[in-house]
Design a binder for this molecule. Structure first.
Ligand code: AP5
Length: 216
């Protein structure tokens, strides 16, 4: 199964992508995480990407396409399937993905859209905290840790993403509506199966809906 997860910032792509990938033993390719790692390591890519990410804007297509090409061609486990989370995000990226996958003898099997109302998205993003040690994601409103700012699993410190402040969140949501949401219609016209699930329910219910939609 080669799957693209689509949804606004905060829709739960990271949460569900991790569950799907773990259950199926697939690699999960998350452009946002790859970019954040490059920023942390201070690479040239990270320096280029940081100013766009901090402003809630998209990193330019040529930069992202270079990154995704490198990851997909170097990902030896991807032959059985993969989950793409955060890519594609523009029409140009979606159009470039087809020949890239064809060159690797792969094809996209499905696109899963996670739909969540905007007021919920804002709470999810501004309330999100991530463990700096093991990467587990919490939410201070919906899924708080037992001890404030401390990971339940490994005791690591919980931190807030730089782009999760309210003003940047508003811009990220605008960018999603303008540049990424049109991909839903694009995939419908290309014949790739598109399933939409209501993401405003418990993590387990959303997971169950995605699995059932993909199986049908
Ligand atoms: P990226 O890291 O991809 O961020 P995003 O799309 O804005 O998505 P998020 O990670 O914020 O949300 P999510 O949908 O994964 O939700 P999550 O599961 O974490 O991108 C960051 C930046 O990188 C972009 O702004 C851009 O600059 C750049 N970038 C990345 N890819 C790019 C590309 N292809 N092209 C150009 N630029 C690119 O959940 C959020 C919160 O909600 C958590 O606290 C979680 O616990 C909670 N939650 C999740 N599900 C539920 C639920 N069912 N009920 C209650 N709470 C829930």
């Amino acid at each position: 199964m080669r799957l693209v997860l689509l949804g606004a910032p905060g829709a739960g792509k990271g949460t569900q992508g991790a569950l799907i990938a773990e259950r199926r033993g697939f690699p999960r390719i998350v452009t946002g995480e790859l970019l954040r790692a490059a920023v942390r390591e201070g690479t040239e890519l990270g320096r280029q990407a940081a100013r766009y990410m901090d402003a809630g804007e998209l990193v330019p297509d040529d930069v992202i396409l270079g990154l995704i090409r490198e990851v997909l061609t170097g990902e030896s486990d991807a032959d059985e399937g993969f989950v793409l989370d955060g890519f594609p995000r523009t029409l140009a990226q979606a159009k470039a993905l087809h020949p890239l996958l064809r060159g690797l003898d792969h094809e996209l099997d499905a696109v899963a859209v996670i739909d969540v109302p905007e007021d919920v998205l804002i709470k999810r993003l501004t309330g999100r905290r991530t463990c700096s040690r093991c990467g587990k994601i919490y939410n201070i409103y919906f899924d708080p840790p037992a001890v404030l700012d401390e990971c339940d699993v490994c005791g690591g410190e919980l931190t807030q993403r730089k782009d999760d402040d309210p003003a940047t969140v508003r811009r990220r949501l605008e960018v999603y509506r303008e540049q990424t949401e049109p991909l839903i219609e694009y995939y419908r016209t290309t014949g790739t199966p598109v399933v939409t699930v209501d993401g405003n329910r418990s993590i387990a219910s959303v997971e169950d809906s995605i699995e059932r939609a993909l199986a049908s």
